[in-house]
Design a protein around this ligand. Sequence first.
Ligand SMILES: Cc1cc2nc3c(=O)[nH]c(=O)nc-3n(C[C@H](O)[C@H](O)[C@H](O)COP(=O)(O)O)c2cc1C
Length: 343
Amino acid sequence: MAKIQTKLTELLGITSPVVVPAMAFGSGGKLAAEVSRAGGFGFMGLAFETPDQVKQELATARSILDVPADSTLPIGVGYIGWILDESEPKAKELISIAFEHRVRAIWLSHGDNLGKWVGYYRELVEKTGHHPLLAVQVSFPETAQVAIDDWKADIIVAQGIEAGGHGAAEGFPLLTLLPLILSKAGPNGPPIIAAGGIATGSQVAALLTLGASGAALGTRFLLSPESLYSDKQRQVILDAESPQSVRTLAFDEARGYHNWPKYVDGRAIRNATYDDFQKGDDINVIRQKYAAASETEDLDRVVVWAGAGVSAMNKVLPAKDIVQELHEECLSHLRGVNGLVKS
Ligand SMILES: Cc1cc2nc3c(=O)[nH]c(=O)nc-3n(C[C@H](O)[C@H](O)[C@H](O)COP(=O)(O)O)c2cc1C
């Protein structure tokens, strides 16, 4: 596989700018490791896992990547700010585990107190001598500025409004957001990873020519058997068209998760829970129906988080093949661009 050289691939020492983002309930140790093994870079997402479960995921990743215990584990671990805020002792334990397991990067997002957790991360860097890179996912140029100037983030993930899962309810389309963040970062700033609605290598190439150093594809990698999605959830994504991917609070309300920062909602495939919520049905009834549907994984009611790129996703492939396909398509489009310039 020919290398694609960007600030991100240089920083991480990888061949491909293809990244699987942190996805709670979507990317575990297996998916993250397979993407890193294939030449890209994988983040696993954490939500409500116990410390033992996290250690297990990290052990799985280490065994897939076949790296000795005292060497850096070339994957990242993603933490959601508001969940960290729920219990300081547990949050500290979970972040410490990533250091003990010598992960290559830490990813923070979706919290009103991310600065506090950046502070704890810095304490651990000081205490342990291990220095995972700090990636921060943002939806606004102003937050990118804070992450670059105040938190000294090593990597910024620019999340457009097309992104599956949680993000800004009233944010920016990726093609608008990325140049705004690039101008905040400046030529000597950290690498920027673009995220949101990306499905193909041609889109990755377009984003690289715009100035991104990498592309994070969440929903596309959910369509690999290594993701934490079930076959039924994958089928919903395969069957869905992009207009069915909607931003909503319906699923968080139905599940009773209220602590997302005020500006956040989530993007998922619309179903009966969404329709009832839009109609203004009694939330208690919606919750009861949701709880019952969860028992049988009835996806006419249960959430399938997915981004706006679903129309361009039509097959399940092993994660390593997705990396390879995206990389080759990207290369071919980058090479094709040369033909546009006539001197
Ligand atoms: C199932 C799922 C879970 C997600 N969980 C997280 C998470 O834990 N932390 C986070 O920062 N972003 C999370 N996201 C958002 C992703 O990091 C990323 O921005 C998004 O997947 C990119 O859009 P795409 O899915 O259209 O490729 C999640 C997305 C999905 C689809």
